[in-house]
Design a protein around this ligand. Structure first.
Ligand code: NAD
Ligand code: MG
Length: 388
C-alpha cells in the first residue's frame, strides 16, 4: 500500500487531497497529517484516514489535539520541530500544501527520505528551486507540480523535448479586481481581495491572485520547474480559468491544457502519476461554454510581474527575499496596516535594498542561507511597512 503524508492537510489543497484519498479507503496508508489552528478538522481527518500521527503547527494547541484524538491510538504532536520530525517519517508520496516559506523545510525533509513530493507550495520553488531539485535528485525522489498551471505545462511536456519549447504561457484569471478601474485599487479591502471569481482557495493565495503576486510567484516557479529562460515565459489573462497553460513549440504548435477550475485535476494527476485514473471533476462541455477570452496583462496594474522579472534577472537567493517581503506585505494588508497597492511598493523597496547586498543574494543555496535571507527580508519589509 502506498504510504502518503499531507502537510497543510486542513487547508484548501489539503482538503482536496483528502477528498481524493478518502475515495479509495483501502488504497493508502496515511502516515502524517499536519495542520494549523483547525484542530477539529485535523483530528476528524486523522481519525477518518487512520493516520499514524497528526501535527499542529501551534504548540499551544497540543492539549486540544490530544483530547480530540483520545482513544484513537493516533499520535499527536505540535510545533515546527514536530512538523519537521513528521516529515522525516518514510512515505512514498507527500503533499506539500503548507502556505508560505514555512513549507520549504518539511518538503526538503520528505525529499531526503526519497519521497515523491507533490508540490503545491510554490514558495519552495521560488525561494529555493535549485535546492529542491538537487535534494530530489540526490535521494532518488521526484517533485511533481500541483499548481494548476505547472501541472498543465508538465502534462504538455510529456514525451516532448524541452529544447523544442519556444515559450510557455501560463494563464491568470486576473483575480477579484481584474475589471476594477485602476484608480479604485488603492482603496480595495482584504475582504474584497479575498473573493475569487473562479477558484476556491485559501485566503492568502486568493489575495495574491488579485494583486498578481500569485502569478509573479508562478512565473518564477515555471522557470525553476522547467529550467526555461525567463524571456520564454508569458502570462496571459484568461478570465474563465479553463485553459491552465499552453506550451509553444518551435514548429509554432501550441498545446493547451483545458479543464474545469478544480484543483483535484492537478492533485489527482500528481497522485496517480505516471498513470491516469478517473477523477471526480467536471467534464467540460465546450459547446455550452462557447467562448473563451484572453487578453494581455496591463503593465500598469501588474507591478508584481515586473518584479518577478527582476528577481529572475538577479538570480541567487533573490527569490527568497522576494517571497518573504511579499509575505510580510500581505500580512500588513490583511491587518489593514497598508493599502492594496502598497504591497508591491513594499516588495520593490525591499528588493532595492537587497540589490546592493550581493553577499546575501549570491550565498550558496542551503536551507540555512535561504532562511537567513528570508529573515532579513522580513525585517526590511517590516521597516518599510512601519515607515508607510
Ligand atoms: P490554506 O491557507 O487553505 O492552507 C494552508 C495550510 O497550511 C493549512 O493546513 C494551515 O494550517 C497550514 N499552515 C499555514 N501556515 C503554516 C505554518 N507556518 N506552518 C505549518 N503549517 C502552516 O492554503 P491553500 O490555498 O491550500 O494553499 C496551500 C499552498 O498551495 C500555497 O503554497 C498555495 O500557493 C498553493 N496553491 C494553492 C492552490 C489552491 O487552489 N488553494 C492552488 C495552487 C497552489
Ligand atoms: Mg496556480
Amino acid at each position: 500500500m502506498r504510504r502518503v503524508s499531507i502537510f497543510g492537510a486542513t487547508g484548501s489543497i489539503g482538503q482536496n487531497t483528502i477528498d481524493l484519498i478518502a475515495r479509495d479507503p483501502g488504497g493508502y496508508d496515511v502516515v502524517a497529517l499536519t495542520g494549523g489552528r483547525n484542530i477539529a478538522q485535523l483530528a476528524a481527518d486523522a481519525r477518518r484516514l487512520k493516520a499514524k500521527i497528526a501535527v499542529t503547527a501551534h504548540e499551544a494547541l497540543l492539549p486540544e489535539l490530544r483530547s480530540a484524538l483520545a482513544g484513537s491510538g493516533i499520535e499527536s504532536a505540535a510545533g515546527a520541530a514536530a512538523l519537521q520530525e513528521a516529515a522525516t517519517r518514510p512515505a512514498d508520496w507527500v503533499m506539500s500544501a503548507i502556505v508560505g516559506a514555512a513549507g520549504l523545510a518539511p518538503g526538503l525533509a520528505a525529499l531526503e527520505q526519497g519521497a515523491t513530493l507533490a508540490l503545491a507550495n510554490k514558495e519552495s520553488m521560488v525561494c529555493a528551486g535549485a535546492l529542491v531539485k538537487a535534494t530530489a535528485k540526490a535521494h532518488g525522489g521526484a517533485v511533481l507540480p500541483v499548481d494548476s498551471e505547472h501541472s498543465a505545462v508538465f502534462q504538455g511536456l510529456i514525451g516532448e523535448d524541452i529544447a523544442a519549447v519556444e515559450r510557455i504561457i501560463i494563464t491568470a484569471s486576473g483575480g477579484a479586481f481584474r475589471d476594477w478601474p485602476l484608480e479604485d485599487l488603492a482603496r480595495a479591502t482584504p475582504e474584497q481581495a479575498a473573493t475569487h471569481p473562479n477558484w476556491d482557495m485559501g485566503q492568502r493565495i486568493t489575495i495574491d491572485s488579485a494583486s498578481m503576486f500569485n502569478k509573479a510567484l508562478e512565473v518564477i516557479e515555471t522557470r525553476e520547474f522547467f529550467g526555461i529562460a525567463p524571456e520564454k515565459i508569458e502570462v496571459l489573462i484568461h478570465p474563465e480559468s479553463m485553459i491552465h497553460a499552453l506550451v509553444g513549440f518551435n514548429d509554432g504548435a501550441l498545446m493547451a491544457h483545458v479543464g474545469a477550475p478544480d484543483m483535484r485535476h492537478a492533485i489527482g494527476f500528481a497522485l496517480h502519476y505516471p498513470d491516469r485514473k478517473p477523477l471526480p471533476v467536471e467534464r467540460l462541455d465546450l459547446a455550452q461554454i462557447a467562448t473563451l477570452s484572453f487578453r494581455a496583462p496591463d503593465e500598469a496594474r501588474t507591478p508584481a510581474l515586473r518584479l518577478a522579472r527582476e528577481v529572475m534577472e538577479t538570480g541567487g537567493l533573490a527569490g527568497a527575499a522576494f517571497n518573504a517581503a511579499k509575505e510580510r506585505a500581505l500580512d500588513a494588508f490583511i491587518e489593514k496596516r497598508i493599502g492594496f497597492l502598497d504591497m508591491a511598493r513594499v516588495v520593490e523597496t525591499v528588493l532595492e535594498r537587497f540589490s546592493g547586498r550581493r553577499g546575501h543574494i549570491d550565498a550558496q543555496m542551503t536551507l540555512d542561507n535561504v532562511a537567513h535571507v528570508d529573515h532579513l527580508a522580513r525585517q526590511e519589509a517590516d521597516m518599510v511597512i512601519g515607515q508607510n
